[in-house]
Design a protein around this ligand. Structure first.
Ligand code: ADP
Ligand code: MG
Length: 386
């Protein structure tokens, strides 16, 4: 019988083999929605060269004048791809968090392109569950299976959003109230949350609610709490949820009772703010500030992923709250997956093109496309490369 540590090492090795590199970009095109179909929406502008396969690698966009743009990604999911088809392609990556890896999965795209559908979906509808519910369930199942081999796991969940470069705790109050009780106040105390990187490599957010979880049911009630908290923000701040990044984090600590070996994995699942450009005329005041904050943090994220892919010495983590928060989970031997979500209708063509260009830029790190250096100011934290 294999030693438990050896088993884990083999599994780890397989995972590495499986992933062949640490940055992946998947494209997902949602179907036309019923009301888009009713109003004569047209999805002929998006095509898949290797149609016939459920999961391809290329996507083509056609402009009315007949211009064609072709992009290739690690995977391309067309409108017929179900939530399960998507999850099958990422389950190894999710599993690696249990093996002690730090994993980030992002959804990028304009508002309405399917980011939340991909990341969250409908958690209470088995078929329609997205990445978060499926990942959490898989992790709990696998951790139980590993118990038989002497492994004990603790899981800690947190959920926050970043709006205008400010962190908001989406689980605030859950320390005091029981998980299933209704929140009466509906609001969150206006605490200032600060990201701290300690010299020992520990990262935390001050005053952030961390909940130890041991079942999908517990996580599901946290998700409901967070959704409520986001809705409150929405009424106050005008479609707040599409203007903020939502970060779900599961910290996993595994201890082997006989060998006392420990593994620390982190799974970050991030529903990014809408990437759409607002027309200049309507962006004034608060709206302009929001837009600038979103543009800045999305482009900083792109810069960071590209710099990591290019194995640059200096990674500009500090240019946005999101990248600063995720710094320990981006780069090194961490694993990153970006979904670029696309709406298929011809009205979205320009935004789709922008999203695909962003994703292609991030993806181009494999070929080593050089990148201009924007920050000559501060020395950035050095990427520790193992
Ligand atoms: P976003 O979070 O990017 O703003 P949503 O995830 O809310 O977009 O998607 C917009 C709408 O499209 C929602 O009604 C959602 O249910 C639907 N939708 C998105 N992706 C799919 C899909 N793959 N299949 C079916 N419906 C989808
Ligand atoms: Mg959304």
């Amino acid at each position: 019988k294999l030693h438990e540590g050896e088993l884990l090492r083999r599994k780890l090795h397989n995972t590495i083999q499986e992933l062949k590199g640490n940055i992946r970009v998947f494209c997902r095109v949602r179907p036309l929605l019923p009301d888009e179909e009713d109003s004569g929406g047209d999805s002929a502008v998006v095509q898949y060269p290797n149609s016939g396969e459920l999961v391809g690698h290329a996507i083509e966009l056609f402009q009315p004048q007949g211009q064609k743009y072709t992009f290739t990604f690690d995977k391309v999911f067309g409108p017929e791809a179900a939530q399960e088809d998507v999850f099958i392609e990422i389950s190894q990556l999710v599993q690696s968090a249990l093996d002690g890896y730090k994993v980030c999965i992002f959804a990028y795209g304009q508002t309405g392109s399917g980011k939340t559908h991909t990341m969250l979906g409908h958690p209470d509808n088995l078929d329609q569950r997205g990445v978060i519910p499926r990942s959490v369930e898989q992790i709990f199942q696998s951790s139980q299976a590993l118990q038989a081999q002497g492994w004990k796991f603790t899981m800690q969940a947190s959920m926050l959003e970043i709006y205008n470069e400010t962190i908001r705790d989406l689980l605030a109050n859950s320390r005091r109230t029981s998980l299933d009780s209704q929140r009466s106040d509906g609001g969150t105390p206006a605490k200032q949350h600060v990201v701290k990187h300690e010299p020992n490599g520990n990262t935390f957010v001050t005053d952030l609610t961390i909940v130890e979880v041991s079942s999908w049911k517990e996580v599901s009630s946290l998700l409901r709490r967070a959704a409520q908290s986001r809705t409150v923000g929405k009424t106050a701040m005008n479609d707040h949820s599409s203007r903020s990044h939502c970060v779900f984090t599961l910290r996993i600590t595994g201890t082997n009772e006989s060998t006392e070996q420990q593994v620390h994995g982190v799974l970050n699942l991030i529903d990014l703010a809408g990437s759409e450009r607002l027309s200049r005329s309507c962006a004034t005041g608060e709206r302009l500030k929001e837009t600038q904050a979103i543009n800045k943090s999305l482009s900083s994220l792109g810069d960071v992923i590209l710099a990591i892919g290019n194995k640059e010495n200096h990674i500009p983590y500090r240019n946005s709250k999101l990248t600063y928060l995720l710094q320990p989970c981006l780069g090194g031997d961490s694993k990153t997956l970006m979904f670029v979500n696309i709406a298929p209708d011809s009205k979205s063509l320009n935004e789709s093109l922008c999203s695909l260009r962003f994703a292609a830029k991030v993806n181009a790190c494999e070929i080593g496309v050089p990148r201009r250096h924007t920050n000559a100011r501060l020395p950035e934290a050095r990427l520790s490369n193992n």
